[in-house]
Write a protein that binds this ligand. Sequence first.
Ligand code: ATP
Ligand code: AMP
Ligand code: MG
Length: 202
Amino acid sequence: MAANASAVPKRSRRIVIVGIPGVGKTTVVSKVLDILRSKGKNANVVNYGTVMLEQASKIHNLKSRDEMRKLSIEAQRELQVHAATAISRMDDEIVIVDTHLFISTKEGFWPGIPMNVLQALKPTNLIMVTATPEEILNRRKSDQTRIRDEATEESLQRELGAANSLLFASTVITGCPALVAVNSEGHIEQTAETIVNAIASS
Ligand code: ATP
Ligand code: AMP
Ligand code: MG
């Protein structure tokens, strides 16, 4: 039987953007969305932490999104699974998920995208935003909108190392490509263009 072209679903893209706190994910992703929409793409961005916070606020007494990583791992895991389910239902042509490969908790680095979350999100692309430890440290210090964890260039180097390992481990599980997008100081637009070129070529 001949396939009905109109019945063939559009190939949807699920882009998971990761990177250590303060590297510039949310800033860059907002620019990526502007560019994609200006090209007429049906794209949407979801911030994983925001979805978790909507649910967390119903259950826990939180003053800010930065308090979620202080909750017990069990409580965070429940919120994480809840968010994965909600995000997996998004059906835009391009869905961009702004999230983390790991969360710094008092018990240590805890995976932001464990196997069950990867399976729910089904990423077609993994993109890690990165910068130098010095740049990230300065961005964390100058960003008054957030309550950032204490850090040094050495501790950021360890975070970047952990992120790198988890990024490539995730590609082995998903079979999707991983792009490392360098978000150099003052070059938000250029970083966003690099990401758009990787995901919106077709
Ligand atoms: P988090 O994981 O904590 O949400 P993030 O990775 O989303 O952090 P942003 O909140 O986007 O980081 O950016 C942190 C700060 O760095 C902001 O003040 C932002 O304006 C600034 N910033 C982002 N990218 C750049 C850049 N290329 N050059 C200079 N400043 C930047
Ligand atoms: P963000 O604004 O991206 O820093 O997210 C705010 C908070 O949401 C983070 O500090 C974490 O507590 C939580 N969060 C975001 N993504 C995840 C994830 N994939 N798994 C668990 N917690 C997450
Ligand atoms: Mg952010």
